[in-house]
Write a protein that binds this ligand. Structure first.
Ligand code: TRP
Length: 333
C-alpha cells in the first residue's frame, strides 16, 4: 500500500533545567504520542538557551541529559528526527536571512521579549530580541506544517507564519506556513506549594516542582508536603486549588476521571490521597528514569544518536536553504 505522506511537526525544548512533571504531562508525553500520526522533528534548542548566561559545564551536561530524556520518554530516534539545534549550522544561517525580513517593530511587540527585558534589565542582548527569528528559522527550515507549543509561545509561531507569508509573497512559494498547535495540558499543572501558580522550572522553592528525575522518596515527600486547604474531602470544588491540582495530576497519570477519583477517596483524608498521588507519579516516572539512566551511561550510543539526528536534520534543512539562496540571488555551489 502506498504510504500517505504525513504532516510534519517541529518542536523544540530548551536544555535549561531538567523538565518537570508539568512539562511532561502537558507537552512531552504528547510529543511521544504524536509520532503515531506525524512525521516528527524534535530539537534541543541550545542556541536559544544562551540569551541568558549559562554555566558551560552545566549546559553541556543538560544538553546531553535533555536529549537522553527525550529518548527515555519514548521518542524513537529511528522514527523521528531528534537533534541538537547547534549541531546543524543551517539554523543560524537561515536566522540571519529571516532577520532581514522581520521588522524591528514586530520584535518589539513580542510579549516574551518585553517580560524578559524587564526581568533582566542588566542583560538585554540582541539575541534576546531576535530570539523569535531563530525560532522561525527552526520551524521554516523543515517546512513544518504543525508546531506544538505552550500558549506562551503562540505569538512566536504567529511571527513565523508572518515571516513565511512575507517571504512567499516576495519570492513565490518557498516556505510552508506553519500552524501552531496549542497543547492543552490535560489540565494546567500547578505548583505544589502554591497551587494558584503554574509549576515552573525556575521556581525558587524546590518543593513546588517535581522533576522528571526526582527519585521515588523525593516524589513521595514533595506530594506529602503539597499545600492543600483546611478541608478534608477529596472533591473538586471552588477554592480547593491544591486538591484540584492533585486530582489533575492523579487523573493524568492514572487516566481516572474526577468522579472516579472522588469515589476512590470517599471517607479518606487528604493524607491518604497525597500518598496515592505520589505513588502513582513515582510509578509513572520510574520506567522513564530507568531508561534515562541506561542511555546517559552509554555515551557511544547517545553521541551516535546525536550525530545521526544532526545529519538527518542537516539534509532536510539544506533543501530549504538552497531554495532560499537561489531565490535571493546567492550562488549555490
Ligand atoms: N521558544 C521555545 C520555548 O521556549 C523553544 C523553541 C525554540 C521552539 N525553537 C522552537 C518551540 C521551534 C517550537 C518550535 O519553549
Amino acid at each position: 500500500m502506498e504510504e500517505i505522506s504525513k504532516k510534519r511537526i517541529f518542536s523544540g525544548i530548551q536544555p535549561t533545567n531538567t523538565p518537570h512533571l508539568g512539562n511532561y504531562l502537558g507537552a512531552l508525553r504528547n510529543w511521544k504520542n504524536m509520532q503515531e500520526d506525524y512525521d516528527c522533528i524534535y530539537s534541543i534548542v541550545d542556541l536559544h538557551s544562551i540569551t541568558v548566561r549559562q554555566e558551560p559545564a552545566k549546559l553541556r551536561r543538560q544538553i546531553a541529559e535533555s536529549y537522553a530524556l527525550l529518548l527515555a520518554i519514548g521518542i524513537d530516534p529511528e522514527r523521528s528526527v531528534v537533534f541538537v539545534q547547534g549541531h546543524n549550522p543551517a539554523h543560524a544561517q537561515l536566522s540571519w536571512i529571516l532577520s532581514c525580513f522581520t521588522q524591528f517593530g514586530e520584535l518589539s511587540r513580542m510579549t516574551q521579549f518585553k517580560d524578559k527585558s524587564q526581568k533582566h534589565p542588566e542583560n538585554i542582548n540582541a539575541g534576546l530580541f531576535t530570539y523569535p527569528v531563530l525560532m522561525a528559522a527552526d520551524i521554516l527550515l523543515y517546512q513544518a506544517d504543525v508546531v506544538p507549543v505552550g500558549i506562551d509561545q503562540k505569538q512566536h509561531v504567529e511571527l513565523a507564519r508572518n515571516i513565511a507569508q512575507r517571504f512567499n509573497n516576495l519570492y513565490g512559494d518557498t516556505f510552508t506556513v506553519p500552524e501552531p498547535y496549542i497543547v492543552k495540558a490535560v489540565q494546567k499543572i500547578m505548583s505544589l506549594s502554591d497551587p494558584t501558580k503554574k509549576m515552573s522550572k525556575s521556581d525558587e522553592n524546590p518543593n513546588s516542582v517535581v522533576s522528571l528525575l526526582d527519585d521515588r522518596d523525593t516524589v513521595l515527600r514533595k506530594f506529602k508536603r503539597a499545600v492543600t486547604d483546611s478541608g478534608s474531602e477529596v472533591k473538586a470544588e471552588e477554592g480547593k486549588d491544591g486538591i484540584v491540582n492533585l486530582m489533575s495530576i492523579y487523573s493524568a497519570v492514572t487516566n481516572k476521571t474526577f468522579d472516579e477519583i472522588e469515589n476512590e477517596f470517599k471517607g479518606k483524608g487528604y493524607g491518604d490521597f497525597k500518598t496515592a498521588v505520589g505513588e502513582a507519579v513515582a510509578d509513572t516516572l520510574t520506567p522513564v528514569q530507568n531508561e534515562f539512566n541506561r542511555i546517559i551511561a552509554d555515551k557511544t550510543y547517545l553521541e551516535g544518536c546525536m550525530k545521526d539526528g544532526a545529519e538527518k536534520a542537516y539534509k532536510l534543512s539544506r533543501r530549504t536553504l538552497q531554495k532560499v539562496n537561489k531565490k535571493l540571488g546567492f550562488i549555490n555551489l
